[in-house]
Structures are given as structure tokens and as C-alpha cells.
Design a protein around this ligand. Structure first.
Ligand SMILES: [Zn+2]
Length: 492
């Protein structure tokens, strides 16, 4: 009897102690974010109020009470009712090229070649220590007679040899690029076309902890890259995934280098051209189909798209999860849209191309063909998802401009008032998905990034206006309050 009472007493005290610990000891995590409007971008596009982060990953998502009662952290962020989204992912850009361009002469908007020369002279005077002057952004459509310039005048003034960039050059470029991208809420960039030498430097800078940006890399279509990486296989670290090859089918529409099925509307007898023989594209597809690498092909004209879709369909043989991509998928013949869905080919779109090109795309294509151009809704319907990017530095890095162009089909000037080919606008939700989870999926990273869900890396942004609610006029006034990558604040 006595023994039994003692046992009961012990059990009772044990219960009390347990209760005490449960009530007072919260699970310690690294970061708690609360009182936000958290767009998780999960499969239901559900909303939450708070989440907890440990070791760079999201370990719980829920309402304020759930998270704040269960978890404790030294670092807590009260979002004060502001919207929180997953970090933006640009599905098609040139991160290294952009970094480089920040130390080059900006030639965007030059109205004549003389203006190009003037800007180069000015840059040269202001940057006496730059050994070599690079410039980009000129558009001959803005020059008198729309004539192409040659380099004669430039050579007279600035003759020299391009030196090989050093690691210091890369550091300068990439740190500047990263700073600007974090400030726009971008936490992952897909770099479309690098050499293995670029990748080695990026990997080193990331391992040294200097470069925080996550990068998905498509290697350029050249023998040295194939030789090294086909032997080695895809390469993956926390912040780097080298997993694709970038092939060029044709050029751009503005310069009439895009390969069309029929003559250009404004240049009879001229259809543009493919950059390689069809047999080249066939051989690359035959090579990559038996590897884990993704084939990603730049195709602008309807002929280039048809050639590549035909090659892809031949090797992919129906529905699959190879996620081979057509970059830009800009002008599609109305009979060819199905070729995307048939072989699960991913159209990788850049909505700001539509609003940059709309001023002259009709001249190049004529009314009928224009209907199948920049047709993002039709492309989305093929697989039920579409990744979105910018192609920066060809376009601005801003994901907000992408949002405006995709949803309202307007440029930064608000033109055109009724929107450009509105039948191809995407919804706000689709656009957010395109810039987050669908972009992640196009990079085979949807289990790691692209949404605010348990197990994902804690890449997220706090905005001052809510993209799901903001008025059209205020889209470009939306500011990034803070950007986090792997639970660490990388911009405020
Ligand atoms: Zn590009």
C-alpha cells in the first residue's frame, strides 16, 4: 500500500514536471517571421501568417498563435501585416553578362551612332583605369535609316585587345549584379549560357561565402563544355546547379535574324535563318537524351520553333519529365502550339519582351502572325505551367516589370492603354507562380525553393505593397522591404 502511494506520487510529480516544460520551453529556432500575409505559393496558393526557420530551412508554417506559442528564436521579424512571397526566381537571364554590363557603357536608347561614339568617349574619360571598354544596348532601329553601324570609327579611337578577365573582374561584376538582384527580391537566377571556366569561378566565389546568389546554369553549346560535363555529370551544391545546355536555333526578331516560315512582313524574300544545320540540333538532342542534362534552345521565329519542337518530339517521344525547354518561344505557328504539350516541352517566356517588341513586332510579322507571338496564355495551357524570366541584361532585371507585362500587358509608360493582345495575359496568381515555383520547376529545383513550405530553403521577400492586390499604377512603385536567402537577410 505504502509503496503504491509513493509510486503514484512520483508519477504525479513527473506529470507536473512534464507539463511545466511543455508550457514554458519553446522549441528554439533561428528565425521566426510573424504577422505577415504569407503567400506560400503551395499547390493551393494558400496564405499563412507566420513561419519558423532553422538551419536555413522552413520548419513550420501556420498562424501567428501556432508559430509563436510553439517556437522561440533570438531573431524574430514582425512583418506588421506586410505581404511575404517566396524569393523571385528569374527563369532566363544572363547573370554574369549583367554583372559585366554594369561596368560597360550603357548604350540603351542611343538615337544615332554618333551618340554611341559620344557615350563611349565620355565613359572612357570617366573610367581611366578600365583597360577595355565594353558597351551594349544599342539598337539600330533608333539610328537614321535604321542602318547597322560598323566598328571603323571605334577602332580609330580605341584600338586595343580584349584581355582575359581575372577572378577580381568576376568578383567585381558578380557582387554588383548580386546587390541589384537582391534589391529587387531575386534570390535565384538561371544563367543561360556560360562556359565551364565561368562556372569554376562562380563555384569558388560561392564556397568562399562571397557570392550568396543561387544560380542554375545552362552551359553553352561548345565542345569543351560537353567534353568536361558529360563525363562529370550534373554538378550540384547548396547554391549552384549545373544541369543544362543552351543551344541557339536562331537570332532576334528586331534584327530580322529570327527564322520565319514565311518572309518578313517588312522585308519581302527574307525569312531569317537558322544558326546551325538541322543535323546539329538533332545530334545534340541525340547526345543529351541519354544524360541527366536538360536541353534548352533559344528559338524566336516560328520556323526555328517548329524545327526544335520537331527534334524534341522525335527524341522525347511523348509525355515525359525531361523538362526540355524552348527559350523565348516567341513566334509560334498556330498549328505548332500542340507540339509543346505533346512532349511536355517547357516554353520559357519573358513577358517584358512582349512589351518591348510590341512597338515594331507587327511591322516584322504582320497582323496574322502577330497573334501567335508572345502568346503566353496559349503556351501556359500546353502543360499547365510556365516559367517566367527577363533575359536581363537584354531587359531590365525588375520582376515587377515582368509582373506588369504579364498581367496587364503594358510597359513602364503604361502603354498601350488597353494592353497588348490581352487574350494572352496571365492572372496575378499565374504570374507569381511563373516567377517562383514554376521557375524553380523549370530548373528542377521545385523541391528546394520556389515556395514557403516546410522543408524548403528559407528564401523569401517582404514587400511594401501586395502584388495580389496592388493597382496597376502602383505595380512599379512596389518596393522590396527585405530579401532573405536561406534564412539570412541579404537585403534591407
Ligand atoms: Zn538570353
Amino acid at each position: 500500500m505504502f509503496v503504491q502511494i509513493i509510486t503514484m506520487r512520483l508519477a504525479f510529480s513527473f506529470f507536473i514536471i512534464l507539463f511545466f516544460f511543455a508550457a514554458n520551453k519553446k522549441q528554439q529556432v533561428d528565425l521566426i517571421v510573424h504577422h505577415g500575409i504569407v503567400y506560400t505559393v503551395d499547390s493551393n496558393f494558400s496564405r499563412a501568417e507566420a513561419f519558423a526557420v532553422k538551419d536555413g530551412k522552413i520548419i513550420a508554417v501556420g498562424n501567428n498563435d501556432d508559430i509563436l506559442n510553439k517556437y522561440g528564436a533570438q531573431d524574430t521579424v514582425d512583418a506588421q501585416g506586410k505581404p511575404i512571397y517566396p524569393g523571385f526566381i528569374d527563369a532566363h537571364a544572363h547573370f554574369v553578362g549583367y554583372g559585366q554590363s554594369l561596368f560597360a557603357v550603357d548604350l540603351f536608347g542611343c538615337n544615332s551612332f554618333d551618340e554611341v561614339i559620344e557615350r563611349v568617349k565620355k565613359f572612357s574619360a570617366e573610367h581611366p583605369n578600365e583597360a577595355w571598354i565594353r558597351g551594349r544596348g544599342w539598337d539600330q532601329n533608333k539610328f537614321p535609316g535604321k542602318a547597322y553601324p560598323d566598328n571603323e570609327k571605334l577602332n580609330e579611337l580605341f584600338a586595343s585587345k580584349i584581355p582575359n578577365p581575372t577572378k577580381e573582374d568576376y568578383t567585381k561584376w558578380l557582387m554588383a549584379a548580386q546587390h541589384n538582384c537582391f534589391a529587387q527580391g531575386l534570390t535565384t537566377i538561371t544563367d543561360c549560357g556560360l562556359n565551364y571556366t565561368d562556372v569554376a569561378i562562380i563555384d569558388a566565389l560561392q564556397k568562399e561565402g562571397k557570392l550568396q546568389m543561387r544560380l542554375y546554369i545552362m552551359l553553352s553549346d561548345n565542345p569543351a563544355n560537353y567534353a568536361l560535363y558529360l563525363k562529370k555529370g550534373p554538378y550540384k551544391t547548396d547554391k549552384l546547379f549545373v544541369h543544362g545546355f543552351k543551344v541557339y536555333a536562331d537570332g532576334a526578331l528586331g534584327s530580322r535574324g529570327a527564322c520565319l516560315l514565311q518572309s518578313y512582313n517588312d522585308k519581302p524574300g527574307w525569312q531569317g535563318f537558322l544558326l546551325s544545320n538541322k543535323s546539329h540540333y538533332d545530334s545534340i538532342a541525340a547526345l543529351l537524351i541519354n544524360t541527366d542534362f536538360q536541353m534548352c534552345t533559344h528559338a524566336i521565329g516560328d520556323s526555328a520553333n517548329r524545327v526544335m519542337l520537331t527534334v524534341y518530339n522525335k527524341y522525347l517521344k511523348g509525355k515525359n519529365d525531361k523538362r526540355w525547354r524552348i527559350e523565348h518561344a516567341q513566334v509560334i505557328n498556330k498549328n505548332d502550339f500542340d507540339l509543346f504539350g505533346k512532349a511536355s516541352v517547357i516554353p520559357s517566356a519573358q513577358p517584358t519582351h512582349a512589351t518591348s517588341d510590341m512597338y515594331w513586332a507587327g511591322e516584322r510579322l504582320g497582323e496574322e502572325r502577330l497573334k501567335g507571338a508572345y502568346a503566353y496564355r496559349q503556351l501556359l495551357e500546353q502543360n499547365g505551367w510556365i516559367p517566367l524570366g527577363t533575359d536581363f541584361p537584354v531587359e531590365d532585371i525588375s520582376p515587377f516589370k515582368t509582373f506588369l507585362a504579364a498581367v496587364f500587358r503594358k510597359d513602364a509608360k503604361g502603354y498601350p492603354a488597353a494592353g497588348f493582345q490581352m487574350e494572352n495575359a496571365l492572372s496575378r496568381e499565374e504570374t507569381i507562380r511563373g516567377m517562383t515555383i514554376w521557375a524553380a520547376k523549370a530548373d528542377f529545383l521545385e523541391n528546394e525553393i520556389g515556395s514557403i513550405e516546410v522543408g524548403k530553403k528559407a528564401d523569401f521577400i517582404i514587400l511594401d505593397k501586395d502584388l495580389m492586390q496592388v493597382t496597376e499604377q502602383d505595380v512599379l512603385n512596389t518596393k522590396v522591404v527585405a530579401t532573405y536567402s536561406g534564412g539570412k537577410k541579404v537585403y534591407k
